[in-house]
Design a protein around this ligand. Structure first.
Ligand SMILES: [Zn+2]
Length: 416
């Protein structure tokens, strides 16, 4: 028999283990062990049944509500059918990456606002409604802001989105379209402004604002559903390895937690290795793992992967990599651009940050990756969000047969 209500019981600190109730909502990580240098994220706990059989029904319920027992309480009427994204077989990409096994791309651009962030936004805005929030605030470079704005708008909540100045014009229009109040604010200042608004009880935060990223605890739970779906799409097989574009590692940890639950509930024999794919220009998670620290800060460097560019890692990433036996890998702008081109040739137009996973696979294979079972690369978002959007325009041709023939040959090497 399937369970129809949330089995969530409370929150637990991922570092010291201190427990907290689900309400009142906490936004600054664990208050028991926080120091000036490190703030630990909180994780939702559940009253798990002995076995997971029957817990995740195949019933045709649209959206994340089909996973209700293993998610925090979800608001009624808010879903837009998020999730349920395709797992695309990609033998041509496997061959390009030099990988001899089965390769799949989980294409998260097929969500309502064209990125994985819709899963995060649905669970987070559900929490905001539960807490009777007056307004929602988010600091974002694009995807997170758009998803939050869309779900907040559906929920009837005012939404404030603080963006950095490098946010592409198309993405700014995208954010404004949902009716959000969008302001350009320097990223460092954005965190303290959000902290002030939250402290005064005026704003409900949908993104992290602590010096060490802690993230809203409900949000990452939405990402567990990516693991459930992959397992279902592989006919109840767990993949061997999953490559994930990584910034604060909320996605990496959420997907890991989902696979870990499937294993612990007896639904899968094993859980995959989780590979964090960071921009090579900045690798705070690689630095933290190498130094044995919970968190590391590196200098900010330019990268085209603006959606995952961070100079400080989230502790969730350290846990996901260590618990799964995976690793973190850095990919250059050039490697991401090449992976992005290959994904597009395979029919999936992704932004550069989203292609970090495929670039990571190719690099890991060159470094003697050892894995058993299918490999999945998560492609997080559409190419529409790319910094290079609009840079490449189509050449003109003279409007005659000869003119088109000539232009095709000159520009594309096509001879009719
Ligand atoms: Zn703690």
């Amino acid at each position: 028999m399937s369970q129809s209500s949330s089995l969530a019981t409370g929150l637990r600190c991922l570092s010291c283990g201190e427990t907290f109730p689900l309400d009142p909502k906490l936004f600054v990580g664990c208050t028991a062990c926080m120091t000036e240098q490190f703030q630990a994220p909180l994780d939702v706990t559940y009253d798990y049944p002995e076995t997971g059989e029957g817990l995740l029904p195949d019933a045709p319920i649209q959206g994340l509500a089909r996973y209700t027992p293993l998610l925090p309480p979800l608001a009624d009427g808010l879903s837009m059918g998020e999730g349920g994204t395709p797992l695309v077989a990609a033998p041509e990409l496997a061959s390009w990456a030099g990988f001899e096994g089965e390769l799949f791309v989980k294409d998260e651009s097929r969500n309502p606002t064209w990125s994985h962030k819709d899963r995060f936004a649905y669970t987070t805005i559900s929490g905001a409604l539960e807490a009777k929030a007056k307004a929602v605030v988010v600091s974002s470079t694009g995807n997170h802001g758009a998803a939050t704005a869309a779900y907040a708008s559906r929920a009837g909540l005012p939404c404030i989105v603080l963006i950095p100045s490098f946010c592409p014009p198309a993405v700014q229009s995208f954010l404004l379209a949902y009716g959000a109040a969008v302001l350009v604010v320097h990223r460092r200042a954005a965190s303290s402004v959000i902290g002030e608004g939250v402290h005064q009880g005026r704003w409900y935060p949908a993104s992290t604002f602590t010096p060490t990223p802690t993230g809203p605890p409900y949000g990452g739970e939405g990402y567990k559903t990516i693991a459930y779906e992959i397992w279902q799409q592989l006919d109840r097989r767990p993949p061997g390895t999953v490559f994930v574009p990584t910034g604060y590692a909320e996605l990496l940890h959420g997907v890991w937690k989902g696979f870990r639950e499937l294993r612990d509930l007896g639904l899968a024999d094993s859980a995959p290795l989780m590979i964090a794919c960071e921009p090579d220009a900045m690798g705070p998670l690689r630095e933290a793992l190498a130094s044995g620290a919970n968190t590391a800060t590196v200098s900010s460097q330019p990268t085209i992967a603006y959606a995952i560019a961070t100079n400080v890692n989230g502790y969730r990433g350290v846990l996901a990599v260590q618990e799964s036996g995976g690793f973190a890998i850095g990919v250059t702008d050039e490697e991401m651009r090449e992976a992005q081109r290959r994904l597009a040739y395979a029919g999936i137009w992704a932004e550069a940050s989203a292609a970090a996973s495929l670039a990571g696979l190719r690099k890991a294979v060159a470094g003697d990756l050892e894995t058993e079972g299918p490999v999945v690369c998560i492609s997080t978002s559409s190419g529409f969000k790319d910094l290079a959007l609009g840079e490449r325009l189509a050449p003109e041709a003279d409007g005659t047969w000869e003119g088109v023939e000539d232009a095709l040959m000159r520009n594309y090497g096509i001879v009719l």
